[in-house]
Write a protein that binds this ligand. Structure first.
Ligand SMILES: CC(C)(COP(=O)(O)OP(=O)(O)OC[C@H]1O[C@@H](n2cnc3c(N)ncnc32)[C@H](O)[C@@H]1OP(=O)(O)O)[C@@H](O)C(=O)NCCC(=O)NCCS
Length: 142
């Protein structure tokens, strides 16, 4: 079985959006195609995928903001959970950040997503005891 970790390519949009919908990581108020284009617009962020037998089976959106690394859209094909793909894509994101000199990575988990929180804690992520405040400051573009 051929498994490759690689950067997102132009032809991946439909497969990645389908995976995000199946995995439940795409929120109704976010346009996934726009989010993909926005993450790929400059070298500070990208999307990494795991491709297995010509199918995209895991993703992570990863980037740095000049201070910290961030990951979003961590998703594994629901048919292929508990096989190490989640760990593999997170480690790929950490390597991507380390290669750019970033030494801390953080992420957001919805309070109701307890299982995923435990997955991240198992990988070494710790609660920073902070809250996330957000404000919409413009129209979504991209
Ligand atoms: C969370 C998710 C990415 C995990 O992917 P996965 O491929 O099933 O995870 P892995 O098989 O790579 O597990 C890696 C390790 O975490 C552990 N783990 C997995 N789920 C766990 C959980 N809910 N609680 C504790 N540990 C967990 C595994 O036992 C494994 O341990 P090991 O490597 O020491 O043997 C996957 O379930 C998913 O796509 N969930 C839906 C989308 C989602 O919620 N994304 C995150 C949005 S914030």
């Amino acid at each position: 079985m051929t498994t490759v970790i690689r950067e997102f390519q132009d032809g991946d949009v439909d497969a990645v959006v389908a995976l995000w919908l199946a995995a439940g990581v795409s929120r109704p108020w976010n346009d996934p195609a726009r989010d993909i284009a926005f993450a790929r617009r400059d070298p500070h962020s990208t999307i990494l995928v795991i491709e297995r037998e010509a199918a995209i089976v895991a993703t992570v959106m990863v980037g740095e903001d000049g201070h910290r690394g961030w990951v979003y859209y961590v998703a594994v094909d629901p048919q292929l959970r508990d096989l190490g793909l989640g760990r593999a894509i997170m480690e790929a994101a950490e390597r991507w950040l380390s290669a750019r000199g970033v030494w801390k990575v953080q992420l957001l988990v919805r309070e109701e997503n307890g299982a995923t929180r435990h997955f991240y804690e198992h990988l070494g992520y710790r609660d920073t005891r902070t809250i996330c405040l957000q404000k919409v400051i413009g129209e979504a573009t991209g």
